[in-house]
Design a protein around this ligand. Structure first.
Ligand SMILES: [Zn+2]
Length: 269
């Protein structure tokens, strides 16, 4: 079964309302698909973050108004909330969108709630404290040819040493290797809303091989160029650091997502 079909069920999987059969299919798939495991982890982080958002205090007046509206709605319709149909509808309507959209909807809803309650009751909120993503692997490359490259030089050994807590599962990209060289040329190109997602095996010598193309780019050459950078391009150093620098095993399966992210880097003195 395809990942995108199974991913529709990931959110309800966490809600524990899948049928036994659906759950077993998903469990079996999760055991062998790092991409879906990552999606599931994303959902878990989203749920955790939503849990730690502060709940706005509702004034008595607003609470009464909401209760009355709900009571009126329930009285005027058949009590059919949370039936199987509703769950299907919710899945169909919400799940095809990305987690980011779901977060935005939730935050939008929370904000609306806040505004409503603020009308009657001055809110006292603290910003939700979200833990830093300690496992994130974002490498910034110097794509500005006017800046001297030596200001950004980073050795493979230094980079690997900085990631030693996570590099056993998540191989370190070689800062001077073929993959970074490729991303430099990709971000200088026309890659605006596009992205490439592949599952790849990273080997002990730092070379890698694509196992599955999950999301091909609109640019037909992108995947073959990526393939070349991962395993045969001899103009550059291998795309990943060697296994000994990372203290990782000789084959590690990873999900590679290459996308363009615009970051405002104005420096203030
Ligand atoms: Zn999958």
């Amino acid at each position: 079964m395809k990942c995108e079909n199974l991913q529709l069920n990931l959110s309800v999987y966490l809600d524990d309302i899948l049928t036994g059969e659906e759950r077993a299919t998903l469990d079996e798939h999760l055991a062998r698909c790092p991409l879906c495991r990552q999606k599931l982890a994303d959902f878990q982080i989203l749920r955790r973050d939503l849990h730690i958002l502060p709940r706005p205090e509702l004034s008595n007046n607003l609470m009464m108004a909401v209760r009355n509206s709900v009571a009126w709605e329930v009285k005027s319709k058949q009590p059919s909330v949370f039936t199987e149909d509703f769950r299907r509808w919710l899945q169909m309507r919400l799940m095809p969108y990305s987690v980011g959209v779901a977060t935005a909807l939730f935050l939008g809803f929370t904000l609306l709630w806040t505004l409503l309650s603020a009308a009657n009751n001055p809110p006292e909120f603290e910003l939700a404290k979200v833990e830093p993503m300690s496992k994130t692997t974002v490498m910034l490359t110097n794509t500005n040819s006017e800046l001297p490259s030596n200001e950004f030089e980073l050795s493979a050994a230094d980079f690997a040493a900085a990631r030693i807590l996570v590099s056993g599962d998540s191989p370190s990209v070689n800062p001077n290797g073929a993959l970074i060289a490729l991303t430099k040329s990709i971000v200088r190109g026309k890659m605006e809303d596009d992205e490439v997602v592949v599952v790849a095996d990273v080997f002990g010598d730092g070379l890698a091989q694509i196992a599955e193309v999950v999301e091909p780019s609109k640019d037909r050459n992108a995947v073959s160029e990526l393939e070349k950078a991962l395993n045969t391009n001899s103009d550059y150093a291998p795309p990943f650091v060697t296994a000994n620098l990372d203290q990782r095993s000789n084959i590690v399966r990873v999900v590679l997502r290459i996308q363009r992210v615009n970051v405002d880097t104005h420096l203030k003195n």
